[in-house]
Design a binder for this molecule. Structure first.
Ligand SMILES: NC(=O)c1ccc[n+]([C@@H]2O[C@H](COP(=O)([O-])OP(=O)(O)OC[C@H]3O[C@@H](n4cnc5c(N)ncnc54)[C@H](OP(=O)(O)O)[C@@H]3O)[C@@H](O)[C@H]2O)c1
Length: 297
């Protein structure tokens, strides 16, 4: 008798990570991806809980992977209510629905839950203190999901880029073509992480746990999941320039010379040891991944 393939509910495949997850999750089960627009096969708008209920009832998932979020860090400062519904409230609803149906959950969070005051890489249980609406709502979402008692893994990642979607790499490539000189912030440090690496690690972990909800339950909690190494936005831009054919000149500036609506942490490097100890996984260095990503572009 043939075994039924598990159903995987992928909440949104249009973002950077969601796009990559479609491919990496496919060997593990039947991936049903949702979209926000009417044209989507299955519509989920995280601001509409009824759409989540409907999606769960339709798919009856073994695993739910939530790749959707309100990610506009600056815009969130002027749209806190929407950011809260999507980032803080929806993960709790996903957790409750998953618990009711016996499904495991994978969810993503951010380095921006920290204020950047530490001077060494952040561990999962270090004190959080988000500086802006985005970080605060993402932190609330982590808590809501854990409060739901779902068998959930939360991966905090950072500085995500890739060939698909809007991100720093794409912005720099566009500006290198338009400008002779570019000023880039040099006093905020983090770990640029390729969306594909996040998606591949996610699938490897789900495979290790054999798509089994109880096994997810044994490992439930928060994990840091970023590329190895660290750099500033300026260093990131320099590495992009090195792999580009452009004569653009880069100038390092302090964050105070590039004011944005949201305050960003000066230091948000995450310590990935828990991920490594638990799943034997470590993402490669950010610089090599960037080269690989750009070579494919
Ligand atoms: N980007 C980063 O630098 C970064 C850093 C740290 C952590 N993270 C976290 O990593 C995860 C993935 O981020 P990403 O970079 O892949 O995001 P992204 O490229 O900005 O994509 C966001 C996704 O969320 C969807 N979405 C937004 N509002 C929605 C709503 N109300 N209902 C349903 N879907 C909605 C978008 O759909 P549409 O295409 O329809 O808008 C899109 O698919 C998120 O949890 C994010 O917080 C990201």
């Amino acid at each position: 008798m043939s075994q039924k393939r598990p159903h995987i509910l992928l909440i949104s495949n249009s973002g950077q990570v969601g796009w990559e997850l479609q491919r990496t999750l496919a060997p593990l089960g039947e991936v049903v991806a949702t979209g926000r627009n009417r044209g989507a096969k299955l519509v989920v708008d995280l601001a509409r809980p009824d759409s989540l209920v409907q999606a769960f009832n339709e798919v009856r998932p073994t695993l739910v992977v939530n790749a959707a979020a309100y990610t506009a860090v600056d815009k969130a400062e002027s749209e806190p209510d929407l950011a809260e519904v999507v980032n803080a409230v929806a993960p709790g609803i996903i957790g409750e629905l998953a618990t009711r149906q016996g499904a495991a959950v994978i969810h993503y969070s951010t380095d921006y839950v920290f204020d950047g005051a530490l001077d060494c890489p952040y561990r999962e249980d270090d004190k959080t203190n988000p500086a802006g609406v985005y970080g605060r709502t993402k932190l609330q979402g982590e808590q809501a999901l854990l409060d739901s008692a779902a068998d959930a893994l939360i991966f905090r990642t950072a500085w995500v880029y890739g060939q698909h979607g809007e991100n720093f790499l794409k912005t720099m490539q566009r500006l290198f073509a338009e400008r002779d000189e570019l000023r880039v912030v040099d006093d905020q440090v983090g770990s640029p992480t390729w969306s594909r690496m996040i998606a591949e690690a996610t699938a490897q972990i789900a495979a290790q746990l054999k798509m089994n909800t109880a096994r997810f339950g044994e490992k439930r909690g928060i994990y840091h999941l970023t590329a190895a190494g660290q750099t500033s936005w300026f260093g990131f831009a320099q590495a992009i320039l090195k792999n580009s054919e452009s004569d653009c000149r880069l100038l390092p500036i302090p964050g105070t010379e590039y004011p944005t609506p949201a305050v960003r942490p000066a230091w948000s490097v995450l310590d990935n040891r828990k991920l490594n100890d638990t799943f034997g996984l470590a993402l490669p260095d950010w610089c090599g991944s960037l080269q690989q990503c750009m070579a494919e572009g």
